[in-house]
Design a protein around this ligand. Structure first.
Ligand code: SF4
Length: 248
């Protein structure tokens, strides 16, 4: 899944942002500009790139991970976003997925022709604790979106979201821990609880990564970055209940 990062940089807005990977990576790469300074990147029109034969570089059906070094709905990008909607319209043969901690801004960021949502755009609402789940999920469910995923990452505590899953508007619950040297621990029991809630509601579940520290059976395990996805998969919790043919 290629990353399409039309802008870079973000500022922290909630508990899940504390050890943000964008800040960490900017620091690790010795970036000269502050991460909180949101700026356009050289990849702004990535899906429109063409090769020497004037064919799109990214073929039909490409699934773009959109805005993974910022937040797609950040206010600083308001003047740039209409052009992104234009590109998504022009490349409607591809799919796009972004996740956000600013779902409360979605309505004012949508294009006029959004209708009930673009079929080729999936949105993940990030929730890291119960307080943020109870604030963001009612908003998430109230908006016209074709493909909704709850992204419980970095999960910081046990959360109860059954009442939001019962709406049958959510396609998947995806859970992950926090990475990095100062990462907060993920308790495997919290993951199991969300798996059980998803299973009971008949919704797909994806434990996508463990984070750096996982508590299981009373023990704390350190999991190196390259193994975090693989270890989560090995837990054998993932289920797929429904995936529309034209979106994955
Ligand atoms: S919203 Fe996402 S990208 Fe922005 S600071 Fe928080 S964790 Fe980082």
């Amino acid at each position: 899944m290629p990353m399409w990062n039309p802008w870079h940089g973000c500022h922290k807005i909630s508990a899940g942002c504390k050890n943000c990977y964008v800040y960490r990576e900017d620091y690790a790469f010795g970036s000269k500009r502050p991460t909180k300074e949101v700026r356009k990147t050289g990849s702004f029109r990535l899906p429109l790139k063409k090769d020497r034969r004037k064919n799109y570089k990214f073929p039909s059906g490409t699934e773009f991970a959109l805005c993974f070094t910022s937040d797609f709905l950040i206010k600083e990008a308001d003047e740039w976003r209409p052009e992104i909607w234009d590109i998504i319209r022009e490349r409607k043969d591809c799919t796009y997925f972004f996740f956000t901690k600013r779902i409360d801004r979605l309505e004012e960021c949508l294009p006029d022709d959004w209708g009930e949502g673009f079929e080729n755009v999936g949105i993940g609402c990030t929730v890291e604790n119960q307080e943020r789940a109870d604030f963001r999920l009612p908003i998430f469910l109230s908006l016209p979106i074709r493909h909704r995923i709850i992204v419980a990452a970095p999960l910081l505590e046990k959360i109860e979201i059954t009442r939001y899953l019962d709406s049958k508007l959510i396609e998947e619950v995806s859970v992950g821990g926090e990475s990095g040297k100062y990462a907060r621990c993920l308790d495997f029991d919290w993951v199991l609880s969300l798996r059980d809630q998803s299973e009971a509601a008949g919704i797909s579940f994806n434990f996508h990564q463990t984070g750096s520290y996982l508590i299981k059976d009373g023990r704390r395990f350190y999991i190196p970055r390259p193994l975090q996805h693989e270890q989560a998969k090995k837990a054998g919790l993932n289920t797929i209940h429904h995936r529309p043919d034209n979106f994955s």
